[in-house]
Design a protein around this ligand. Structure first.
Ligand code: NIG
Ligand code: FE
Length: 415
């Protein structure tokens, strides 16, 4: 049995603790082991502790990795991405610099529709090649699992095509993927005058096909003015549950339309964005135990000033998650360290809270708490060695990569 030991980490950040999402004061407990080490066999962690204890367990053929003067963390878990699309949104990007808003750009036919056209025109292999390159960006930035949404196809065939690409990324690259159907991302041009027709297409065609092919674990919707309203969202998501999907929702990003309350009402696992959510929405999420997924990269890249109220959410006892929202329109970043920086500087989270939100809490939100998100015996050996002595440096040096080595299932990746 091949085994691997990591020894002498200045700080081994384990996130060890209860097998559930962390809230309140628990967000500040990283389970740090100084002069830490771990042992892994067959891709799983078998022991975690101080270096001398781990050293004693090493055998003659154990491969030893020296992490002296380095910090070791679980791989980041990015719980909200739009991985698969063709083309880019450079025109929108420049237009915003000239003062146009995301909403104005969408109204003149730019925005999501541009990406839908490009994605429909691409083959599954084209999209896989693009997604594979991006999978490498995530891994290079220390992320070992991502949730990935469809949503740039908006026809039965094109949504299935995207979900198959997401599955292929998970099987053909070291990056683990958790698939989400986002058929309700926007109304496609052919249904502009027939919204009911598109909702029927999602419910009658997409959901059964996806259940049949087991192509998604979650269903998401863009609940927003000019996109899907609260009634549309309730219809689509109620049907999704009947097809065995769990729910994640884009809510209250641009306007406060009551999306957070609906997420609570429907028993969604997560409510994502929440930039415009008020105190009543936050308390509804708290009562229902919905995890908020905060996406500061999209606020930053849209040049907006209104970040979600993370402090109020933490005070309300919510088990916050941080994610990139990787997508071509509002958040072209695959970097969780960048999100840690934004969390501390813009959301006023502590570095400790931010790291918990980006690892164990994200894993919990994806139904993966038993396998990833912390460094504990029995979990998959997905971890990253960073060239710094203090974990807070990950959030502090922004735009700088401190990543030394990334291990997936105890194998060092060539990046
Ligand atoms: O999460 N808000 C909707 N979806 C994405 C943006 C998609 C796009 O602009 O292409 C988001 O911000
Ligand atoms: Fe998103």
């Amino acid at each position: 049995m091949s085994s691997l030991a990591v020894l002498h980490a200045s700080q081994l950040i384990t996130l060890a603790g209860p097998r559930r999402a962390r809230s309140g004061k628990e967000l500040s407990d990283l389970g740090t082991i100084p002069d830490g080490g771990l042992l892994a066999a067959d891709g799983r962690i078998t022991h975690v502790g101080r270096t001398p204890e781990i050293e004693k367990l090493c055998q003659r053929d154990t491969e030893v990795v020296d992490a002296r003067s380095c910090v070791v963390l679980p791989g980041f878990v990015d719980a909200h991405t739009h991985l698969v699309f063709a083309g880019n949104r450079l025109e929108d990007f420049e237009s915003r610099a000239r003062g146009q808003t995301y909403e104005q750009i969408a109204k003149r036919g730019g925005g999501i529709q541009t990406t839908v056209q490009a994605t429909r025109a691409a083959t599954e292999d084209d999209l896989f090649a693009l997604a594979k390159k991006r999978a490498n960006w995530f891994l290079q930035n220390g992320t070992t699992t991502i949730e990935a949404k469809s949503g740039y196809g908006l026809t039965l065939e094109d949504e299935l095509k995207i979900l198959r690409v997401i599955r292929r990324v998970g099987t053909e690259t070291p990056l683990e993927t958790v698939p989400t159907l986002l058929g309700a991302h926007a109304f496609p041009p052919e249904f502009r005058e027939n919204h009911g027709g598109y909702i029927s297409l999602i419910i009658e065609k997409m959901l059964p096909a996806i259940e049949q092919e087991k192509l998604a674990e979650y269903c998401d919707i863009f609940c927003e003015q000019d996109y899907f309203d609260v009634d549309d969202s309730r219809r689509v998501l109620t049907a999704a549950k009947q097809h065995g999907l769990k729910l994640r929702m884009h809510v209250d990003q641009l306007t406060n339309g009551g999306g957070a309350k609906l997420a609570a009402n429907l028993g969604a696992i997560t409510a994502d964005h929440l930039e415009q959510t008020g105190a009543d929405g936050i308390s509804a999420l708290a009562k229902a135990g919905v995890q908020p997924v905060l996406l500061p990269g999209s606020v930053y890249a849209l040049g907006s000033k209104k970040y979600p109220d993370a402090r109020q959410m933490i005070d309300a006892g919510l088990a916050v998650v941080l994610a990139t929202d990787f997508n071509p329109g509002s958040s072209p970043s695959a970097s969780m360290p960048m999100m840690l920086s934004l969390a501390v500087t813009q959301l006023r989270m502590s570095p400790t809270e931010a790291i918990t939100a980006a690892t164990i809490n994200a894993a919990a939100s994806l139904g993966r708490i038993e396998s990833i998100g912390s460094l504990e015996a029995g979990k998959v050996a997905n971890f990253v060695i960073y060239d710094c002595d203090d974990y807070r440096e990950l959030a502090y040096w922004f735009g700088v990569s401190l990543r030394r080595d990334v291990f997936v299932r105890a194998r060092r990746l060539e990046l």
